[in-house]
Design a protein around this ligand. Structure first.
Ligand code: KG4
Ligand code: ZN
Length: 395
């Protein structure tokens, strides 16, 4: 079964054709990151307009890349929740129109469900195009725990079977990706903050365009508007940030962001009412690397500690699945693989990460999620009335 998946919930316009829930036949993603870098974050109205311009060419390309026509497509799936209202509207209205026009069954998928199902996709587009290529690993087994970590969510979700989700932990305030983005802003690193912090922690620093660093030596710049530095990796133990004391399996990340802010102010000798937007102008590249490395370690440690607790509460767990933009984080991948693996005497289980290019938003995961809805008996939705839900939990 060939499903066309359409994703426009935030700032990526994406479409993909996936066969039988795992074989990627095409995967087209147009990112608006370059537009939003200069604003330091997503502007919803601009995101919606950009989706409107990109959506039809992106869908056309997904069919061309897959060497298919509309005749070959068995169903359309689209993200209709949660996300930015205007962005969700563009994808959903486009999918509704195409479903009516081409008389295809239409499925609506929750964004977090799709992120989880990115772990069922074959790891490489090239491999999956080769009919003789075996899948790189067997798919996750149930019961499983999924850690969904994105710009808008931080949740632990338990699945006992396909298309069945129970939220067992959630953030009480900021999402972990949001925390990466806010800390990056304090340190003068560009949007999106996750990759920028990860690189800075390793000594590869590129400052956001508006940062005017006064304390640094001559930068090695590739682009005249962006200053970049290559220095030694940051010290992950230089700054110690407290772990939040949150009950059960829930998370909190707003305190960590404030702890970084206060520590930067203290390090620079400023009072706590010194404006956060000015701090970046006084940090040296070495200080930025140390803050990025110490923050990244703390954020990832907090996530992994909660996962250990969840695994103790659910000892029948067979697989551990990571999903969402933050799951691209290399430090997380290394730390999680060292802590949870089939040889670990306490938690002997298999862990899964999506391919790095499928950690962020894409249409392939939307198609995969719909495939497992269909095989679980879910009926198509009405293309004349499908609504969008900017804030709704997975169910
Ligand atoms: O899933 P996603 O692409 O969009 C949402 O559904 O929100 O996640 C975006 C988030 C952003 O906060 C971004 O900073 C974060 O994922 N992110 C990362 C990394 N790559 C993206 N966070 C940490 N390390 C990364 N390598
Ligand atoms: Zn996402």
């Amino acid at each position: 079964m060939k499903i066309l998946g359409i994703e426009t919930s935030c700032d990526e316009t994406a479409a993909s054709v996936v066969e039988d829930g795992h074989q990627i036949l095409s995967n087209v993603v147009v990112s608006q990151i370059d537009i939003f870098k200069s604003y330091g974050g997503v502007i919803p109205e601009i995101a919606a307009r950009s989706h409107l311009e990109a959506i039809l060419p992106v869908i056309d390309k997904s069919l061309t890349d897959a060497e298919l026509t509309w005749h070959d497509i068995d169903a359309i799936s689209v993200t209709n929740a949660p996300g930015l209202l205007g962005s969700l509207l563009i994808g959903t209205l486009t999918a509704r129109t195409l479903a009516i026009l081409h008389q295809k069954p239409l499925y609506a998928t929750h964004h977090l469900k799709s992120h989880i199902y990115s772990n069922w996709l074959d790891l490489s587009l090239e491999d999956s195009k080769d009919p003789n290529s075996p899948r790189i690993s067997a798919p996750p087994k149930f019961p499983l725990l999924a850690l969904v970590i994105s710009g808008g969510h931080t949740q632990i979700i338990r699945m006992t079977k396909h298309n069945h989700f129970e939220i067992i932990g959630t953030t009480l305030d900021d999402a972990v990706g949001e925390c990466f983005d806010k800390v990056a802003k304090i340190l003068g690193l560009p949007y999106p903050g996750g990759p920028a912090i990860s690189n800075a922690a390793l000594g590869h620093i590129t400052l956001a365009a508006e940062t005017s660093n006064q304390n640094s030596s001559t930068p090695e710049s590739h682009d005249s508007s962006l200053k970049s530095y290559e220095i030694s990796p940051g010290n992950r133990n230089r700054f110690i940030f407290p772990h939040p004391n949150v009950q059960k399996l829930d998370f909190s990340f707003s305190g960590l962001k404030t702890a970084v802010l206060r520590t930067v102010q203290k390090e620079l000798g400023f009072p706590i009412d010194h404006p956060s937007y000015d701090l970046k102008n006084h940090l040296t590249p070495e200080q930025i690397a140390d803050f990025a490395a110490s923050f990244e370690k703390t954020a990832i440690d907090i996530l992994l500690e909660k996962l250990s607790k969840a695994l103790k509460d659910y000892p029948d767990t067979k697989s551990l699945v990571f999903a969402g933009g933050v799951s691209a984080n290399s430090y997380l991948r290394e730390a999680a693989s060292a802590k949870f693996n089939s040889k670990n005497p306490v938690f002997p289980l298999k862990i899964y990460f999506p391919a790095k290019n499928l950690s962020g938003d894409n249409g392939a995961m939307v198609a995969s999620a719909a495939y497992y809805e269909i095989t679980s008996g879910v009926q198509p939705t009405d293309p004349y009335s499908l609504n969008i839900y900017p804030r709704i939990e997975i169910s």
